[in-house]
Design a protein around this ligand. Structure first.
Ligand SMILES: N[C@@H](CCC[C@H](N)C(=O)O)C(=O)O
Length: 287
């Protein structure tokens, strides 16, 4: 596993790792000292499945002290997950990303033990990297925002708004397979002024659901970790519960969620596919 980014300045190539969590895939860019100029255009090109590596998002691995806008009170040596959506936009949090990020830190030898603190724009997310490669993340408290609506192919669904560090709207439907999520569903821009991730769930049993998601800044993805937490909260709410355990099946696999009064956990796989270096000319093309 590569240990750090080499800036292209001086002709040295930029390292990357390709990984995924339940097929929500990421380009991991090790950049401990904040040397990379990660523009919107470069993120879009990296995530493009034809002209780049292809991914739902980018995880830049950077020390807090190298960030211009580091969260107040953060230790300068802390590892910060600088997450970008495939369209180049910045998001506060990414649950599948935290699993991949934590496993990267562990496998690259950048942390000492299996307990890893991952910082994000939504705060710190403590994670445990298990010996079988799965990762459990303490996702913090999920905040219920109230009801709103989304429209898919002219059918309007009422859902539950849930903040998991980033915004979600979860709607219960009869069949997730029947939905066409190939275009952006409608949503209430007054309720979600910064946009929203839209989850659709089908209840399979008291503690089991199936989910599809249309992510803000990406489109339909095969999984969304923060979305599965929001979905679990909404599935419990259907049963008038505020705590419990829920198994969530997404197109890319299965994750386990626990919801407690003051926090939630997300457990699932984190996999690496490849590592390599970007060519200098490619990087320069997309400044
Ligand atoms: N796939 C992620 C969520 C990524 C951010 C999201 N698209 C947003 O804009 O909030 C996850 O696993 O949580």
């Amino acid at each position: 596993m590569v240990l750090g980014a080499r800036t292209y300045c001086g002709g040295v190539a930029i390292a990357f790792v390709k990984g995924h969590g339940t097929e929500n895939d990421f380009v991991v860019l090790p950049d401990p000292d904040g040397d990379l100029e990660l523009t919107e255009g470069r993120v879009r090109a990296l995530c493009d499945r034809q002209r780049g590596l292809g991914a739902d998002g980018v995880l830049r691995v950077v020390r807090a002290k190298a960030l211009a806008d580091a969260p107040a009170g953060i230790d300068g040596d802390a590892w910060f997950m600088d997450y970008r959506n495939a369209d180049g936009s910045v998001a506060e949090m990414c649950g599948n990303g935290v699993r991949v990020f934590a496993r990267y830190l562990r496998d690259a030898g950048l942390v000492d033990g299996p307990e890893v603190q991952v910082w994000s724009r939504a705060g710190v997310r403590p994670a445990t990297v298990h010996t079988n490669g799965t990762v459990t993340v303490d996702m913090g408290q999920a905040r219920v925002l109230g009801q709103s609506t989304t429209t898919v192919n002219e059918v309007t669904h009422t859902g539950l708004g849930v903040d998991v560090g980033n915004p979600h709207l979860v709607s219960v439907v009869d069949s997730v397979a029947a939905l066409d999520l190939s275009t952006q569903p409608g949503f209430d821009r007054d309720f979600f002024p910064r946009g929203v991730n839209l989850e659709f769930i089908e209840v399979l049993g008291p503690t089991e659901i199936r989910m599809r998601v249309h992510e803000r800044g990406v489109g339909e993805t095969r999984s969304c970790g923060t979305g599965t937490v929001a979905a679990a909260v909404a599935a419990l709410a259907v049963r008038y519960l505020t705590t419990g355990a829920v198994t969530v099946h997404i197109p890319g696999g299965t994750v386990e969620i626990t919801v407690a009064e003051d926090t939630c956990t997300l457990t699932g796989p984190a996999e690496f596919v490849a590592e390599g270096t970007l060519t200098e000319s490619w990087w320069n093309t997309y400044a």
